[in-house]
Structure formats: structure tokens, C-alpha cells
Design a protein around this ligand. Structure first.
Ligand SMILES: [Mg+2]
Length: 176
């Protein structure tokens, strides 16, 4: 796949999100049977809904596997969910195949070392504020908010502005 040296957010139509440390603060809560509980952010959720309502698309690539992620993804209209990924670069390649979206039209928001591989492949790599240094070094945009605390919402608003779609998103809520 092509490595994009010039980062371009203006054509992004598929935003790919990591889960732990991006959609959550990185905490992994286990119940007595080992099931994972995750805490998501409502402000991120509204941004994700707005993103799909203006006609854009979402995907999730995560190394872990949890039913909570499937519930959250279904609730927010995430089109593609790849869980249990041991190689997120390969997962991104798989996402290109199933989504039929070219990586030149993708953004990826990550926080830790496994996210660097897919970030190399997409047109617009992004990192959360508290991402590891190598991840931030790879990013075209680093959020001011931390994972699980509005970073996804901030990234979405950044992309909507880059695409000139912010007013359309605000109009959905009569919020302009
Ligand atoms: Mg992570």
C-alpha cells in the first residue's frame, strides 16, 4: 500500500477508531466471570452519530474482543468492526477490501504502538493527547483531549471542518 507523506483530511470519508485508550480511557474492567466492562463517552457518541448522519462512515479496529464494543458499535452505526486483531496493519488492509474505501480516504485515530501500522497506511493519521510518543510522532493531528474524555469528538469536529461539513452537522441539531 502507498505511504502518504502529505496528510490530507479533505477527502476522508471513513474514520477508523481504536477502542482501548481512544473510545475509552484505557481502563479494562473485568467482572467475576472475566467479561469486560467498558466506559464510553456520550460526547464522542454524539459526534460519531453526527459523522454518519452527514453521510460519512465509521470503522473500529481493536486488538481485544468484547461484547460491549459490539453493542456500542451497533448503537452508533459503526459500519465495520474488526475485533481480536493481532496485526492492525493487516486489519486495515482487510478493511480496505470489505469497505471498498481507498486508504487515501481514510483517517485512523490511535493511542499505542499497534496503531502505528494502520496509521502509516491511511491519508490522515491521528493520535489522542495521551498516546505514546511514537504514535504521536506519526500523527498529522494530535487531539487536545484524552482518550475516553472527548478525543473522538474532537477528532470528528476537526475532520468535519477540514471537509467543510461542520455547518451541515450543526444544522442536524439546529445548533449553528
Ligand atoms: Mg489502544
Amino acid at each position: 500500500l502507498t505511504k502518504h507523506t502529505t496528510h490530507d483530511a479533505t477527502k476522508v470519508e471513513l474514520l477508523v477508531l481504536d477502542v482501548d485508550g481512544v473510545l475509552t480511557d484505557g481502563s479494562i474492567t473485568l467482572d467475576h466471570e472475566g467479561r469486560e466492562l467498558k466506559r464510553f463517552n456520550a460526547s464522542d457518541g454524539l459526534g460519531m452519530r453526527a459523522w454518519t448522519r452527514v453521510g460519512l462512515h465509521l470503522a473500529i479496529i481493536t486488538g481485544r474482543t468484547s461484547g460491549a464494543v459490539l453493542h456500542r458499535a451497533a448503537d452508533l452505526g459503526v459500519a465495520h468492526v474488526i475485533q481480536g486483531s493481532k496485526d492492525k496493519g493487516a486489519a486495515l488492509d482487510e478493511l480496505v477490501r470489505v469497505s471498498r474505501v481507498d486508504p487515501s480516504r481514510m483517517a485512523f485515530l490511535g493511542d499505542d504502538w499497534p496503531d502505528v501500522a494502520p496509521m502509516r497506511r491511511v491519508a490522515y493519521p491521528m493520535a489522542v493527547m495521551n498516546a505514546h510518543e511514537r504514535v504521536k510522532a506519526r500523527a498529522a493531528y494530535v487531539t487536545e483531549r484524552a482518550g475516553g474524555h472527548g478525543a473522538v469528538r474532537e477528532a470528528i469536529e476537526h475532520l468535519l471542518r477540514a471537509r467543510g461539513l461542520m455547518d451541515r452537522a450543526l444544522d442536524l441539531y439546529d445548533a449553528r
